[in-house]
Design a protein around this ligand. Structure first.
Ligand SMILES: NC(=O)c1ccc[n+]([C@@H]2O[C@H](COP(=O)([O-])OP(=O)(O)OC[C@H]3O[C@@H](n4cnc5c(N)ncnc54)[C@H](OP(=O)(O)O)[C@@H]3O)[C@@H](O)[C@H]2O)c1
Length: 294
């Protein structure tokens, strides 16, 4: 059973006029969240860095009968001007913003001894600074609407995973940022939630454009460990939940009366995060993740 609400709260109906801005809506969880939000009665501003990639979203919106509640806007989370321009257009058109879903993100497989620093900076730029930038720009509007910030992190934002140092570090940073912001935002009526998926079927792996033989050659002495990790990851992705299932937790956070701060999108994700949250000396996580690289 997945918990999406703080205890003792109830789900309320959402007014049809509420507007949510979603980043990274060209595919996967962001696309499914735009459809799910529109089906729940919200107006979804589905943003993407290249609006020419909106055809899958438009087809899904038409199939779901919600095309009139979805609009596509350009927003690249690593381009501050595109963030403010997009928000200006939303406020000019709708007069308000009730929720921000920070969903855009990208993974990176590798390890520090063989990766260049730029790769680490790039992954932090998209997954962390992109979230900070977009949240900062949206906060005045969310404060005016007593709205909510919902951010897709990952189980990797709680549990550090082998060969995901750059990605997990960035998602840890996002979790720390949001956990710190939550009580402050709460004083002005804005709720803050992080969504923690495990493996999800989307473009996430394909977008990393992995060349596994090249990667194995590049990591030298770490090749056996990386091979073991990849074998295990393939198994875990064969049992992945769908983007629609993961996005259901985003919609639940949008529509719940008082959403919980931390929501896992599946029982598997919940069990995994639970290991870390009860692991005071770090040994339980190390015992677990060591088995992934042997
Ligand atoms: N799939 C998983 O197993 C999994 C597990 C845990 C957490 N997550 C998280 O879930 C979120 C959504 O990922 P997904 O699984 O749906 O993968 P996805 O299909 O690759 O979607 C990622 C989205 O982020 C967009 N994006 C990348 N860089 C961007 C930028 N600079 N500005 C704006 N958008 C940008 C991509 O746009 P383009 O089409 O332009 O590349 C794409 O629409 C991410 O934050 C990811 O870290 C995924």
């Amino acid at each position: 059973m997945i918990t999406t609400e703080r205890p003792e709260t109830t789900v309320t109906e959402v007014a049809a006029t509420k507007t949510v801005l979603i980043t990274g809506a060209s595919s996967g969880i962001g696309l499914a969240a735009a459809i799910g939000a529109a089906k729940a009665g919200w107006h979804a501003v589905a943003t993407m860095r290249d609006p020419a990639k909106a055809s899958a979203l438009r087809t899904a919106a038409a199939d779901a009968g919600v095309a009139e509640r979805i609009e596509v806007e350009r927003l690249d989370v690593v381009d501050p001007a595109s963030v403010t321009q997009c928000l200006d257009r939303v406020i000019a058109t709708h007069g308000r913003l009730d929720a921000l879903v920070n969903n855009a993100g990208a993974g990176r497989l590798g390890s520090i001894e063989v990766a260049d620093m730029q790769a680490y900076r790039d992954i932090m730029e998209v997954n962390y600074f992109g979230v900070v930038q977009t949240t900062k720009a949206a906060m005045p509007h969310l404060r005016a609407a007593r709205g909510r910030v919902i951010t897709v992190t990952s189980v990797g934002g709680v549990v550090g995973q082998p060969f995901n140092e750059a990605y997990c570090a960035a998602k840890f940073a996002v979790e720390g940022f949001m956990e710190s912001l939550a009580p402050v935002a709460g004083t002005v009526g804005v709720s803050v939630t992080v969504i923690e998926p495990g493996a999800v079927t989307s473009e996430f792996v394909a977008n990393q454009r992995l060349d596994v033989p090249a990667l194995l050659a590049e990591v030298g002495p770490y090749a056996p460990a990386l091979q073991a990790y990849i074998d295990r990851a393939r198994k875990s992705f064969s049992a992945a939940q769908s983007s629609q299932e993961a996005a259901a937790s985003i919609v639940a956070a949008l529509t719940a009366d008082r959403p919980a701060f931390r929501i896992q999108t599946s029982d598997a994700a919940r069990d995994f995060v639970g290991v870390k949250l009860a692991d005071l000396d770090g040994s339980a996580v190390q015992d677990l993740t060591e088995t992934w690289v042997h």
